[in-house]
Design a protein around this ligand. Structure first.
Ligand code: FEO
Length: 405
């Protein structure tokens, strides 16, 4: 059985979706599965654009054979070599032994390592000055290092004005038959998952994404074909705007998130006290996340979305509660900047998590710690602490409302 869709004149979708995967990269939650996109061109020459993860190998190879019918496969363009797109290269080469791989010099070096042999006789080497014709279609290659690996490039078809964008503009989730984003009315579903994919997978590489966006400025792009998630034919400017926002580390919203760790509920109680006070002072859209129960990918995505984050954590082994420390290290690794933070620490006899959270946050550029920081010994114990929490609520609400102006 093959599961293919014609996506435009001469181009076919031959990828597929893994509905059973629960953790992408064995780390990021995928409740809606994961799509691995691959595209096939039937021109005077036949061209495959990237392969897929081994989890859908059987379906992919059947798709490919069903569209090619009796034609041979001439070229495989490799935009990205991460295993979720490259694991089927060897199978494709075995089935279509005359194929040439179209790669850039960085890809060739990595390919040699992946294949454990010298691949130079199997490749056509291209670079950003190359023009590659398959008959009716002519392609340009735009190098996009670190969006998301060093060898990444994107491929532009001058003839159909189609961009094969590698990981860029990808999302988590399967393609549910409606392979085009414009076949689903509510694009917010995609934007949420696109942000979660971007912030977790590519979020560290904002400047490199900016370089790619600038390189693409001069191209007339009518269709974007990423390696994950839906194909974009409409609203392309919206996904470019999202990428511009995220890659410059600007928040999408002045909303406030409370991300907390709690062992016996007392730190949570303090967070709820703060949330209620902020709500009474007019703050809307407050979200609360238990760092122990929320897959980190959602927390990182939220950190890219909002302007202000309250971090609340007990002290554990004289350090930060482990799940909270892991989350803060995650956002430091992604070089998140331009955010406000507020700190609530807890510790029965020697609270230290607050100071240690601030030390980690000091690695981020252009951050503000909203005062006062709250120090708890187990629970809210007296009126002074209530007054402090009220003052913190005032400062968070004031800064959120001021930022809106
Ligand atoms: Fe979808 Fe960087 O691989």
């Amino acid at each position: 059985m093959s599961l293919v869709r014609k996506i435009s004149d001469d181009f076919y979708y031959v990828g597929g979706s893994d509905i059973r995967i629960s953790l992408f990269e064995n780390h990021f939650s995928t409740p809606s599965g994961m799509a691995y996109n691959s595209y096939l061109l039937l021109d005077e020459k036949t061209v495959l654009f990237d392969t897929v993860d081994k989890s859908i190998a059987k379906e992919f190879l059947a798709n490919l054979a069903s569209v090619l019918k009796n034609r041979k496969l001439d070229y495989l363009v490799i935009d990205h070599l991460e295993p979720d797109h490259s694991e089927e290269i060897e199978d494709v080469m075995l089935r279509y032994p005359e194929i040439k791989l179209v790669v850039n010099p960085v890809s060739l070096k990595m390919l040699n390592l992946f294949m454990q042999k010298d691949m130079k006789d199997s490749v056509i080497l291209i670079n950003s000055d190359s023009s590659f014709s398959t008959g009716k279609h002519v392609f340009k290659f735009i190098m996009a290092p670190f969006v998301h690996w060093p060898e990444v490039m994107v491929t532009y078809d001058i003839t159909s004005k189609t961009l094969f964008s590698a990981d860029a503009f990808g999302t988590y989730g399967i393609n549910p038959g409606n392979i085009f984003a414009d076949e689903i009315d509510d694009h917010n579903v995609f934007f949420e998952e696109m942000r979660r994919y971007y912030s977790n997978i590519i979020g560290k590489y904002g400047p490199q994404v900016q370089n790619l966006l600038k390189s693409l400025d001069c191209f007339d792009i009518q269709m974007v074909c990423p390696l994950h998630g839906p194909i974009w034919r409409k609203d392309i400017c919206q996904i470019f705007e999202k990428y511009n926002l995220w890659s410059t580390y600007q928040p999408e919203s002045n909303d406030v998130d409370i991300i907390f760790a709690t062992m016996y509920g007392h730190t949570y109680d303090a967070c709820m006290d703060l949330a209620l006070r902020m709500a009474e002072k007019g703050l809307k859209n407050i979200k609360m996340f238990d760092v122990s129960k929320t897959n980190p990918s959602y927390l990182i995505s939220e950190a890219f979305r909002v302007k202000t984050i309250v971090l609340a954590a007990p002290t554990y082994n004289t350090d930060i509660y482990p799940a909270m420390e892991s989350f803060i290290r995650d956002i430091v690794a992604r070089k998140l900047m331009n955010r406000n933070f507020a700190i609530i620490e807890n510790g029965s006899w020697a609270p230290t998590s607050g100071m240690k959270m601030k030390n980690l946050l000091a690695n981020l550029k252009n951050t503000t710690i909203l005062e006062p920081s709250i120090k708890l010994n187990m629970r809210i114990n007296d009126e002074n602490q209530e007054t402090e929490i009220d003052a913190l609520a005032n400062n968070i609400v004031r800064s959120s409302i001021n930022d809106k102006k």
